[in-house]
Design a protein around this ligand. Structure first.
Ligand code: GDP
Ligand code: GDP
Length: 434
């Protein structure tokens, strides 16, 4: 699990420019490999060997400055609640504005690291102008230029310095997160599993940041439920903000091994649910998709079910090897089946296949269908091994790894899936030089 860093600040100060600068290098590689388009406001970065997730909170506000003014308290409040560190960005060109002062006021009360980044400090003259931001009462600041990169190194040095160390998982139990859009039925689902009592207990305990987990032990299942939107939801923040569910989901997903992605069958698997799915996928988490409120769907003949399944798979291509279960929290239909499946996915994700077995199965397949020649070069794959990572990653050793193209890697992934059940789990295939 990596730390979460939120960038806050009013529109046009340069948040997304800065965000793109940090995310670009790494995401470009990820995108090329997976062919997946990325969320423009959430990404992973690293500095001095420390990984972190970066969220551009401004990206989730659409509209003019006055819309923003109304939203900003909620945005900052959420960032404060969910992030491990906050970068507060202001603009030296405009100088201190009233909105900056409002945000600073909120941030001064926070006991999390806040770094004040004064952007658009493109030259020495502007560096001198930056001193006026001392007036915000946030202490030291970092003058940066998101456009030319100056000063960003110092800011990142300071940032990774204050990020919390990765905590070793305190429990060997599987960690399941129930995620989805508001009103999908997440808290009803958790209540149905835990019973009202546990809900109340969790609600109180949940006021501290570190009690993210609720231990669950019933009917032969034992695991930790990762606290999400559903459990500690309070009226504080308006529910229908996309930002709200994304922020919450990011945190829950990062803490989990398996994500149960719940959506409302009457509303469909829309873009926002797909976003949550990609968050889980990109973090290499196990996934189970739960189509909830199935009781409300009429004409449940096979066709409807098939149609739903088809639609979902279309939105999650190419990672379609994911269990999809139709449930009703209201009637408790298949809610334990959902759990059982999550346990299976957890097992698939921690599965280790012996090198011998792996080669016995994969080498004949490769021999039968070798990588196509590329630029007149023939690739010879010698052997394959599973890497000792917490989720399945495979290295195929060969003479010319750079000549193996994406479609062939996908072919290898599919063969791995066919032969060793990895249902619900992202599988990574690397080509390595031998
Ligand atoms: P956001 O609304 O906070 O995400 O701001 P954007 O990243 O969209 O930037 C707003 C404008 O400021 C754009 O025209 C950027 O090109 C410009 N900008 C961003 N960073 C810098 C910088 O370091 N120096 C200068 N001169 N302009 C910048
Ligand atoms: P959350 O925001 O995802 O935690 O959603 P809630 O658990 O608060 O549920 C939102 C609404 O959907 C509530 O009115 C629930 O009673 C209702 N609901 C949840 N699950 C089901 C279901 O399986 N069938 C029906 N008909 N309603 C449900």
């Amino acid at each position: 699990m990596s730390a979460i860093v939120a960038i806050v600040g009013r529109p046009n100060v340069g948040k997304s420019t800065f965000f793109n600068r940090l995310i670009q290098r790494r995401e470009a590689i990820v995108d090329a490999a997976s062919g997946v388009t990325r969320d423009r406001h959430y990404g992973k970065s690293d500095w001095n060997g420390k990984d972190f997730s970066l969220i551009d909170t401004g990206g989730y506000v659409v509209g003019s400055d006055d819309v923003f003014e109304k939203e900003i308290d909620k945005q900052v409040e959420l960032a404060i609640e969910e992030a491990d560190a906050i970068i507060f960005m202001v603009d030296v060109e405009t100088g201190v504005t009233g909105m900056d002062e409002d945000v600073a006021k909120l941030l001064r009360r926070v006991d999390k690291p806040v770094l004040l980044a004064i952007n658009k400090v493109d030259n020495a003259k502007r560096a001198a102008d930056a001193v006026e931001f001392y007036a915000l009462g946030l202490g030291e600041y970092y003058g940066i230029s998101s456009i030319n990169g100056s000063g960003t190194g110092e800011l990142l040095d300071a940032l990774v310095e204050v990020l919390p160390e990765k905590k070793a998982d305190d429990s060997e139990l599987p960690r399941f997160a129930v995620v989805g859009r508001p009103n999908a039925g997440k808290s009803s689902f958790i209540n149905a599993l835990l019973g009202q009592e546990r809900y109340i207990v969790t609600d109180i305990a949940g006021t501290t940041r570190d009690s993210m987990d609720t231990k669950y032990n019933r009917f032969g299942f034992e695991f930790n439920l990762v606290d999400t939107a559903g459990i500690r939801r309070k009226a504080k923040v308006k529910e229908d903000l996309e930002f709200y569910s994304v922020m919450r989901s990011v945190r829950a997903i990062e803490h989990s091994d398996v994500c149960l992605i719940l959506f409302d069958a009457t509303r469909g698997f829309d873009g926002q649910v797909a976003n949550i799915f990609w968050l889980a996928q990109r973090n290499n988490k196990g996934v189970v998709i739960l189509v909830n409120k199935w009781d409300l769907v009429e004409n449940k003949e096979t066709n409807t079910l098939k149609q739903y399944t088809q639609d979902i798979k279309q939105s999650i291509e190419p990672f379609v090897d994911v269990p999809i279960i139709f449930i009703s929290v209201l009637t408790k239909q298949r809610i334990y089946k959902a759990l059982e499946t999550a346990v299976e996915v957890y097992k698939n994700r921690s599965k280790k296949i012996k090198t011998r077995k792996l080669n016995d199965v994969m080498l004949p397949i490769i021999q039968h269908t070798p990588p196509p020649a590329y630029k007149d070069k023939y690739v010879k794959i010698k052997y394959v091994t599973q890497l000792p990572t917490p989720y399945p990653q495979f290295a195929f050793f060969c003479n010319l790894p750079q000549y193996v193209r994406e479609p062939y890697k996908r072919f290898l992934e599919n063969k791995l899936r066919e032969n060793f059940d990895f249902s619900g789990v992202p599988v990574t295939v690397f080509m390595r030089k031998k």
